[in-house]
Design a protein around this ligand. Structure first.
Ligand SMILES: CC(=O)N[C@H]1[C@@H](OP(=O)(O)OP(=O)(O)OC[C@H]2O[C@@H](n3ccc(=O)[nH]c3=O)[C@H](O)[C@@H]2O)O[C@H](CO)[C@@H](O)[C@@H]1O[C@H](C)C(=O)N[C@@H](C)C(=O)N[C@H](CCC(=O)O)C(=O)O
Ligand SMILES: Nc1ncnc2c1ncn2[C@@H]1O[C@H](COP(=O)(O)OP(=O)(O)OP(=O)(O)O)[C@@H](O)[C@H]1O
Ligand SMILES: N[C@H](CCC[C@H](N)C(=O)O)C(=O)O
Ligand SMILES: [Mg+2]
Length: 492
């Protein structure tokens, strides 16, 4: 594409140099530049991309998009905000794939991955061709790919949408993280349906206040258009039991469908029963009522199911078909995943890494645990420090024994993170908690104490297969480590 044509969405924009050159690709990473590329200079959190402009040109970049002065032998396009411009150019360069795709974007503190998987199941069962982008992986057609971020940057996102469209994908179901919304990674996407799960504390290192955090989430609802063609009608699916939904309803031009349990809603669950086998409830909807038996456990999963149901109904899928799909879902990797190595007690691996999700997981476990509850939990390094003492308090409130340990300390000292967690605990009940820096040892400790009827919750890392310590990514899978500990115990 000619640079001049590529720049159309940014007009009026000024290019210094030849704008009739052919652009063969776009990247914001100088290490990925190929001859004929446009290099986008982004001011990052660790380095300033403008300092790599010269390197990019040496590698063959013919044009540079910048928001500061750069002096390089290439065509220079100056804009006030390169991140914003990059999202527009990504959409244009990849032929606006979201004009032909129905993008269903799920945002919220907890439940995004689970809800996207439920939506995927409902749509795929109707023979719709779907693609998925989220925390666990990206799936284009039948091919899954590894991801670095829950929501990739605008270039990777649009490129992935393009590949989905090229194989006739109809729906792209994506997680829209608050970082992504704030950083404009989803800007330029024509979103068909936006889903809100909930808003509770997390990421205050980045957003600073809950109000800013809510504002970031609101961007997804504000960017929905109002389309009245029944086939392409835009929808905001909101959780009636979360007060942030009122705000999102005021900022979205789209139609709103609400779901909930406690407050009046368009889709409402009643008669909820939770057991070790799963969860049953009756869903009252604008298309009638239906009783569901989910294999998923916990009240929070009723919310996820209702949100997915709302999306299905908005797409004109029958309630019976939605019920059938939801009832078949066995679970999502690393979410309340049961580990079975023949032990007489239960071991559950769950991705609860926020105060609210940890509390939900423990409340659910307390409903069926016959014996003691053990909770192994840590808090991520280089992440919201204020959630550390709160998570320690929640763990010790519900669990008979809490083992505080490491969860991706990243660049931080693991012991310092534990100290932040311990600061939330009163010294009056020391028998209720202990701290063991080494996560493998922490898991081994709980396994050595558990007996018939007990439940061990290994929280925080879910599907992750690594542990990041001092910036080094080491192999670590809670499920495998738990199995090893159980087998080791049996052999003793
Ligand atoms: C805080 C944050 O979001 N950081 C993201 C950001 O990295 P950064 O700003 O540190 O980048 P940087 O290293 O400073 O580099 C700045 C620029 O220079 C460029 N560069 C850099 C080096 C070089 O040699 N040449 C070069 O051109 C880089 O490509 C970049 O364009 O841009 C990167 C590329 O898009 C992202 O991968 C990275 O996500 C990091 C890994 C991350 O951990 N992000 C988390 C906080 C995040 O976004 N999480 C949410 C989910 C959260 C949740 O809901 O729970 C997510 O969506 O993943
Ligand atoms: N609707 C919900 N409300 C509260 N907690 C939930 C909900 N759904 C799931 N959880 C809890 O949160 C954990 C993470 O769930 P999930 O991976 O679906 O959320 P997510 O929003 O995708 O998280 P992330 O932001 O890390 O990608 C689960 O393991 C479970 O403990
Ligand atoms: N998307 C979340 C994942 C946290 C997972 C937890 N295991 C941790 O490392 O803190 C984040 O990047 O904050
Ligand atoms: Mg997720």
């Amino acid at each position: 594409m000619l640079l001049r044509d590529l720049l159309a969405p940014l007009l009026p924009v000024h290019a210094t140099g030849d704008d009739s050159i052919e652009i063969t690709g776009i990247t914001a990473d100088s290490r990925k530049v190929k001859p004929g590329f446009l290099f986008v200079c982004l001011t990052g959190f660790t380095v300033d991309g403008h300092t790599f402009a010269a390197q990019a040109v040496e590698k063959g970049a013919v044009a540079v998009l910048a928001q500061k002065d750069v002096d390089v032998p290439a065509t220079i396009v100056r804009v006030p905000d390169t991140r914003r411009a990059m999202a527009m150019l990504a959409d244009r360069f990849y032929g606006s794939p979201t004009r032909e795709l129905k993008v269903i974007a799920v945002t919220g503190t907890n439940g995004k991955t689970t809800t996207t998987h439920l939506i995927d199941k409902i749509l795929s069962d109707q023979q719709k061709r779907t693609g998925l982008i989220g925390t666990i992986h990206m799936r284009i057609g039948n091919v899954t790919e590894e991801v670095k971020n829950t929501t990739p940057d605008a270039l990777e996102l649009q490129e992935s949408f393009r590949r989905m469209r090229d194989i006739d994908t109809e729906y792209a179901i994506i997680e829209a993280s608050s970082h992504a919304l704030e950083l404009g990674r989803v800007r330029g996407c024509n979103v068909h349906t936006a889903v809100f799960t909930n808003l509770t504390q997390d990421h205050l290192d980045y957003h600073k206040t809950m109000e800013n955090y809510r504002h970031a989430k609101s961007l997804l609802f504000a960017q929905l258009g109002n389309e009245y063609d029944p086939q392409r009608m835009k929808t905001a699916v909101l959780n009636a039991d979360d007060e942030a939904s009122g705000f999102f309803a005021t900022v979205t031009p789209a139609r709103v469908i609400t779901y909930g349990i406690d407050n009046p809603a368009d889709i409402r669950a009643a008669d909820i029963e939770i057991s070790t086998k799963g969860t049953t409830f009756v869903a009252h909807t604008f298309q009638g009522s239906v009783k569901l038996s989910l294999k998923l456990m916990g009240k929070f999963n009723v919310y996820n199911a209702l949100a997915a149901m709302a999306v299905g109904l908005a797409e004109g899928i029958s309630l019976e078909a939605i019920k059938s799909s939801l009832e078949q879902v066995q679970g999502v990797s690393g979410r309340f995943e049961s580990v079975d190595a023949g032990q007489p007690f239960a071991v559950l691996v769950d991705y609860s890494h926020t105060p609210d999700s940890l509390e939900n997981a423990l409340v659910t476990i307390k409903e069926f645990a016959k014996g003691k509850v053990f909770c192994i939990v840590g808090c991520g390094g280089d992440r919201d420090k204020t959630k550390r003492p709160i998570m320690a308090q929640i763990a010790t409130k519900y669990a008979d024994l809490t083992v505080l340990t490491s969860d991706n300390p990243r660049s931080e000292d693991p012991q310092a993170i534990l100290d932040d967690m311990l600061a939330g605990l009163k010294k009056t009940a020391p028998h209720r908690y202990t701290s063991i820096v080494d996560r493998r040892e922490a898991i081994g400790h709980a396994v050595s104490l558990a007996v018939d009827g007990d439940v061990i919750l290994i929280a925080g890392k879910g599907h992750e297969t690594y542990q990041i310590i001092k910036g080094e990514v080491l192999p670590f899978d809670d499920r495998e480590v738990a199995k090893e500990a159980i087998r080791g115990q049996k052999n003793e």
